[in-house]
Design a protein around this ligand. Structure first.
Ligand SMILES: NC(=O)c1ccc[n+]([C@@H]2O[C@H](COP(=O)([O-])OP(=O)(O)OC[C@H]3O[C@@H](n4cnc5c(N)ncnc54)[C@H](OP(=O)(O)O)[C@@H]3O)[C@@H](O)[C@H]2O)c1
Length: 334
């Protein structure tokens, strides 16, 4: 393992954007996600991430109630606004009168509802700008494709916002390779956001399409919603992971045991399991930027240090071989 010595984090290109190689996902900073949180603690976490060199912050109008997460991110980072890339998403915080368009999403949620009809998109962006306390959204994603609205129409509405200077870049979240290609033909996509971690391989076709089109990848839940840190015990009441079969007592223990060889490699390298999980992701593609979340400054500093880790090719090969053989119990997070 070799480490960079200067204080700043290495950067990566996501389409036209240049961001720290590891970003910060703010979802965990709203109540009801993964454990206790209050706004003072949340603001300390955001500042710790900025102080440790993160320049890519991910939120959504759907995190927390009534724009809570966007307000928090905007407030905490106001003085750093010009140093950071603010990414947010729309579709879950329904406009007044907007009908919820429901769709199934597997085990953890069962069903979600969005409305990404182009007639509402400008209103969503204006609300997000207000909550974030800024005059521009650097990266704007429909959080999920709307099952009742052609994605090209939603994308066309974001393209207008880009033309008008309210938004800088278009992102897509939770899409297929086909949806990425179709949307990119309407307006260039800078970033596609997808779940990707040691316990959830990225969709190979989506990654191939992103590479071919020059689209960056933001990897969500890069620590497996905390599992890959090796530190998640019994999940408490009010923690959303209670809805995720991978975290029920039997599956969590079985999965924890199966990941022992991965934690062994981390120990061998003098890394924490979280650092190895993030470094492994960074080695998968030069245009992937994981966006781990945390309420805890010490964890945030630990995680961001993984941006400076170089894994020897032999270690990456060993890890890939282990991961190929590692069965995960409990379905997927989404
Ligand atoms: N587009 C989408 O649909 C979508 C879906 C899910 C998530 N996301 C994005 O992805 C971001 C990250 O995903 P995520 O929050 O689900 O999961 P994650 O980053 O994989 O894991 C977060 C959890 O890991 C724990 N953790 C982090 N670093 C740690 C460390 N070094 N040691 C021990 N524990 C550590 C945190 O606990 P502590 O707070 O105790 O550190 C937290 O509970 C979100 O914030 C959101 O921005 C997007």
């Amino acid at each position: 393992m070799t480490a960079m010595t200067d204080d700043t984090l290495p950067t990566r290109r996501l389409g036209e954007l240049e961001v720290s190689a590891l970003g910060f996902g703010a979802m965990v900073l709203s109540p009801g996600v993964y454990g206790d949180i209050d706004d003072a603690r949340a603001e300390r976490a955001l500042l710790a991430a900025a102080d440790a060199g993160a320049t890519f912050f991910d939120t959504s109008d759907g995190y927390g109630a009534d724009g809570h997460n966007e307000r928090l991110v905007g407030r905490a980072l106001r003085a750093r606004r010009d140093e950071v890339v603010l990414a947010t998403k729309f579709g879950f915080r329904l406009a007044e009168g907007a009908e919820p368009h429901r769709f199934p999403v597997g085990f953890a949620f069962g069903e979600l509802a969005v409305n990404a009809d182009p007639k509402y998109v400008r209103g969503y962006a204006e609300a997000s700008l207000r909550e974030l306390g800024t005059d521009r959204i650097d990266l704007y994603y429909p959080h999920f494709p709307d099952p009742q609205v052609p994605l090209a129409d939603t994308v066309g509405a974001v393209a207008e916002l880009i033309q008008d200077g309210l938004v800088r870049q278009l992102g897509l979240s939770n899409v297929t390779a086909g949806q990425l290609r179709a949307a990119h033909a309407v307006h260039p996509v800078a970033v596609v956001q997808a779940e990707w971690s040691m316990w959830r391989p990225v969709d190979a076709e989506l990654l191939a399409a992103a590479r071919e089109l020059g689209v960056g990848v933001a990897a969500w839940s890069p620590l497996g919603a905390g599992f890959l840190t090796g530190q998640v015990g019994a999940v408490e009441d009010g923690d959303f992971r209670q809805n995720m079969p991978r975290f029920d007592a039997a599956n969590r223990q079985a999965n924890h045991d199966r990941f022992a060889p991965v934690r062994g490699i981390a120990a061998e390298l003098g890394l924490t399991p979280a650092q190895l999980a993030l470094a492994w992701l960074l080695h998968q593609d030069p245009h992937v930027v994981p966006i781990p979340g945390s309420r805890t400054p010490a964890h945030i500093v630990e995680n961001l240090a993984a941006a400076r880790v170089t894994l020897p090719a032999e270690v990456s090969a060993r890890l890939d071989a282990i991961l190929r053989e590692t069965v995960v119990s409990g379905g997927t997070l989404l």
